[in-house]
Design a protein around this ligand. Structure first.
Ligand SMILES: NC(=O)c1ccc[n+]([C@@H]2O[C@H](COP(=O)([O-])OP(=O)(O)OC[C@H]3O[C@@H](n4cnc5c(N)ncnc54)[C@H](OP(=O)(O)O)[C@@H]3O)[C@@H](O)[C@H]2O)c1
Length: 224
């Protein structure tokens, strides 16, 4: 471990938090500042005060508090939580006055590229093609539609697009966008088979975020 290793706090100790800890421990340029979750005996403010950057993979009820404490402690924050409500969104907006904060419902490189492709496809295909979105995730996923599906709909620029949400078995994440006209159809799809993809994306975001001034960022700012 070098002296300049990035000191990363992990918030949340569930499926994603555990995967992230593993990725940090394997990275030669990072070290684990600590893990905070509901059951952990860790003080959030103290953890963030000693960290270079924090990554939030908790659940929406914790994100409002996390954004406020990160702003107080001037800790850049990567937020991967999906389904956050208006209060957490307001806390994030307020925090961006003080810290660099990246919010993204899907940290994979593939989804960043897919968003870009969808924007191009929607413009090129025009109004004769109607888009529909289907997302499939594991049965334990709490929010529906997925944050990724909502972000893809935003990329398509049409809030009326229907999202078909399915919850099946152990599926890590599948997103399919289908453009249909009277006589043809085109599909753009993305699938993740391993959560490590999201953890590696979140750590890439953290490395990038520590160099940025206060503000709100997305993965497309990194992987454009
Ligand atoms: N951005 C992405 O690329 C991406 C990828 C996958 C998932 N996600 C999202 O990331 C989030 C976490 O997913 P997951 O599958 O890891 O969920 P999970 O397995 O349910 O883990 C959530 C963790 O957050 C902790 N937590 C929940 N509420 C808390 C609170 N009020 N205070 C402190 N800790 C709290 C839980 O603690 P307890 O164990 O004590 O309940 C648990 O450790 C979800 O919103 C999911 O949709 C994002």
């Amino acid at each position: 471990m070098t002296e300049a290793a990035l000191n990363v706090a992990v918030l949340g100790a569930g499926r994603m938090g555990q995967q992230l800890v593993q990725v940090i421990e394997e990275a030669t340029d990072c070290q684990l500042a600590g893990v905070w979750s509901r059951n952990a005996d860790t003080d959030l403010a103290a953890l963030l005060a000693g960290a270079d950057v924090a990554i939030d993979f908790t659940l929406p009820e914790a994100t409002k508090e996390i954004a406020g404490v990160a702003a107080e402690q001037r800790a850049p924050l990567v937020c991967g939580v999906t389904g956050i409500g208006q209060e957490a969104e307001a806390a994030i907006a307020a925090a961006t006055r003080h810290i660099a904060l990246l919010v993204e419902g899907n940290m994979s490189r593939g989804i960043a590229v897919m968003s870009r492709l969808l924007r191009q496809a929607a413009v090129a295909l025009g109004p004769a093609f109607k888009a529909e979105i289907r997302e499939t995730h594991h049965r334990d996923k709490k929010d529906a539609p997925s944050g990724t599906a909502i972000a893809l709909r935003e990329a398509l620029g049409d809030e009326s697009i229907n999202i078909d949400s399915r919850r099946e078995g152990e599926v890590v994440g599948e997103h399919l966008v289908r453009f249909v006209s009277a006589g043809e159809s085109i599909e753009i799809a993305h699938s993740v088979s391993n959560r490590r993809v999201f953890a590696e994306g979140a750590l890439a975001a953290a490395r990038w975020l520590v160099e940025q001034p206060p503000g709100l960022y997305r993965m497309t700012d990194i992987w454009s």
